[in-house]
Design a protein around this ligand. Structure first.
Ligand code: PLP
Length: 452
């Protein structure tokens, strides 16, 4: 950890970090020394009582804000009754009630079924297993810069940073990755295509299927509606309709990873609902239980052909987590999703206004409260400005504003879904101060001068 960072925090936090560093795995990234003691809504206080504005929500997890009283009460009430009874072997109503609720909001036009795990990666593993089991086909298609988790199956699909894969030798079993429908930094030449996403699907069909992945061996295509860890990249409008059509023509399952985009984050229940297509399977986690560990894989009911014993989890669908999820979904339904759409538009408009004053901001993109601000080295090449991104996040930290990076050069803006205009204004003010401090050092000087 950077010594300068440590000067920002008090003695209690410093002591806890020193103890941590002696016993915890060194594989965590932890670039900023926040030691949280308490949180409420979008605010957190550290071990020495310092207040921070949290626009990270524990990586898009605390959807209803820190410690929402309804969620806390639901957890306490369930904890008073029982903590665990293994949904693999027995039944409990709170789990059934949650499954019924999820099925009622699932993005399918036909009946669905739910499998519960404890995390995003487990939801993905379940989706991959079901797709193979149901189709009897071995291969999977994924997208470059995607993130789907770190257990071996999911890791084989993850491709956002090679450090996540290096040394683990994952993905040797029939996974092919193709570029994502990112028209801000397109990887493929696209002459003759009005929509870059259609070009990507064309490449999949006419290059990948023709050369290395026979389509009748492909079980599923796994894709995020908006790439999260890859840099908050929104695909072009033609991408998902073309992908759906491809899947239909070859009997391939369309598996949508809603782990980061799901449960209201984008201003709709599901990120895929912005793109007008219906998936076959979805994976959900993160925001679903406001911070309690829960993941769910949902599929059209006719696809859940696996037999008893084929897949299960000791802790998956834990009753306390299910109770927290039910309280979360009620809050989302009762106004927080609408607030996410409204405050998302507000933040997007204000961030785009900041972009007009600061050419280092190459792109502001997203849906609802999943917004990415991408920094470039210069406006012509749009090369990712990683150094500037790190510097902006550090400057925000100095101003007690918590933000996280995504991809090579984006900063993600992911407050809780009940964020207020006043806290958005506080964030915007600090964020522009940070950009103003960093831009003269990290942006092509000639361009900056001519923009002034
Ligand atoms: C889109 C997506 N899928 C899957 C995962 C993995 O979730 P978890 O860390 O809960 O295993 C993540 C985590 O960041 C994610 O963003």
């Amino acid at each position: 950890m950077d010594e300068k960072m440590l000067t920002h925090i008090g003695p209690k936090a410093r002591r806890i970090i020193a103890r941590d560093q002696a016993v915890m795995s060194p594989s965590y990234t932890r670039t900023h020394p926040l030691v949280i003691a308490r949180g409420q809504g979008a605010e957190v206080w550290d071990a020495d009582g310092r207040r921070y504005l949290d626009f990270t929500t524990g990586i898009a997890v605390t959807a209803t804000g820190h410690a929402h009283p309804d969620v806390v009460q639901a957890i306490k009430d369930q904890a008073d009754k029982f903590l665990h009874m293994s949904g693999t072997d027995f039944f409990y109503e709170v789990q059934v009630e949650l499954a019924e609720k999820l099925v009622s909001i699932a993005p399918f036009s036909e009946p669905a079924r739910v499998f519960f795990g404890n995390s995003g990666t487990e939801a993905i593993e379940a989706a991959l297993k079901l797709a193979r089991y149901h189709t009897g086909r071995p291969r999977m298609i994924g997208f470059l810069s995607s993130f789907h988790g770190r257990t071996m199956g999911s890791l084989g699909m993850t491709s956002s940073k090679h450090i996540q894969r290096k040394g683990f030798f994952a993905g040797g079993d029939g996974v092919v990755h193709v570029p994502f429908a990112d028209d801000f930094r397109p990887a493929l030449a696209a002459q003759g295509f009005s929509d870059y996403g259609e070009r990507v699907v064309d490449y999949l069909e006419h290059t990948i299927f023709r050369t290395i992945a026979p389509p009748d061996e492909v079980a599923g295509i796994l894709v995020e509606p908006i790439q999260g860890e890859g840099g908050y990249v929104v695909p072009t409008p033609g991408f998902f309709p073309a992908l759906r059509d491809l899947c239909d023509r070859y009997g391939i399952l369309l598996i949508i990873d809603e782990v980061q985009t799901g449960v209201g984050r984008t201003g709709k229940w599901w990120g895929i609902q912005h793109f007008g297509v219906e998936p076959d399977i979805i994976a959900v986690a993160k925001g679903i239980a406001s911070g309690m560990p829960l993941g769910a894989m949902m599929a059209k009911a006719h696809l859940m052909t696996w037999e008893p014993g084929a897949h299960a989890s000791t802790f998956g669908g834990n009753p306390v987590c299910c109770a927290a999820a039910l309280a979360t979904l009620r809050l989302l339904e009762d106004g927080m999703i609408d607030n996410a759409a409204k405050m998302g538009e507000y933040l997007m408009t204000r961030l785009k206004a900041i972009q007009t004053r600061h050419p280092i901001i190459g792109d502001v993109r997203g849906r609802g409260l999943m917004i990415g601000v991408d920094l470039v080295t210069d406006t012509q090449s749009r090369k990712p400005n990683r150094a500037a991104r790190e510097a902006v996040v550090d400057e925000c930290w100095e101003r007690d504003l918590l933000l996280l990076g995504a991809g090579q050069s984006a900063i993600r803006v992911i407050p809780p879904l009940n964020i207020t205009p006043a806290l958005c204004d506080e964030m915007l003010e600090k964020f522009e101060q940070a950009i103003t401090a960093v831009e003269p050092i990290h942006f092509a000087h000639a361009e900056l001068n001519s923009a002034r």
